[in-house]
Design a protein around this ligand. Sequence first.
Ligand SMILES: O=C[C@H](O)COP(=O)(O)O
Length: 255
Amino acid sequence: MSKRIPVIAANWKMYKTKDEALAFIFAVNEKVPARTEVESIICAPSILLNLLVKREGENLRIGAQNMHYLDEGAYTGENSPLQVKSAGAEYILIGHSERRSYYNETDETVNLKMVAAFKHELTPILCVGEVLSERESGATKAVLDQQLEKAFLNISAEQALNTIIAYEPVWAIGTGKTATPQMANETIKDVRAKVAALYGNEVADGIRILYGGSVKPDNIKVLLEESDIDGALIGGAALDPNNFLVFTEAASNKK
Ligand SMILES: O=C[C@H](O)COP(=O)(O)O
């Protein structure tokens, strides 16, 4: 199996002012592990992207949380992939469950955004996950398979390998309910198997798949001990720079 570089991605959601963002970045810039050991990413509100890109240290990476799939147009309040790219962001969250549930993001728009991301050389962090009723009715695998099939339409094997997938059970986001490490690992193995079915074993072995949903400093290590969990996408707990450093340090120790 190929060695996969772990990823820690903070999703700031709609938190932090300019001053708070600067204080965070100055607190972590010099302390995050080398980029060859861990990919340490902050997905920030669009209005803060340029500010952060100008101050990111060499081991920190900046991503956006959403974008339109068109290059430009009369879409008040939206940001285009061109704008995200020209702000200096390298990553783009696509299909986060909050976008799917509050802003009518569909599997189809997720796919259009995947295609747009690669067109503009942005690395997608593709979010997939099931809601509680789907987990309880045993539909998790079918739900994830469908999300993955549709997201990867018209995406080449090389592009798929350069995608980061975040498996986030919706019932675990911001609720304090974490999937057990074993449950998360088993589901991520299913996600990897679906990638293998779509693109073959080489892509499935190389693609990074993260867990997200109530990750905290006290559960990151056990999650990362699991074979198929390559890192984490973290909301609330990663707003604190000290926590962010705990997460990146834990990832740098992943075997
Ligand atoms: O993008 C991050 C996820 O929504 C997880 O958020 P959380 O760590 O606050 O549960």
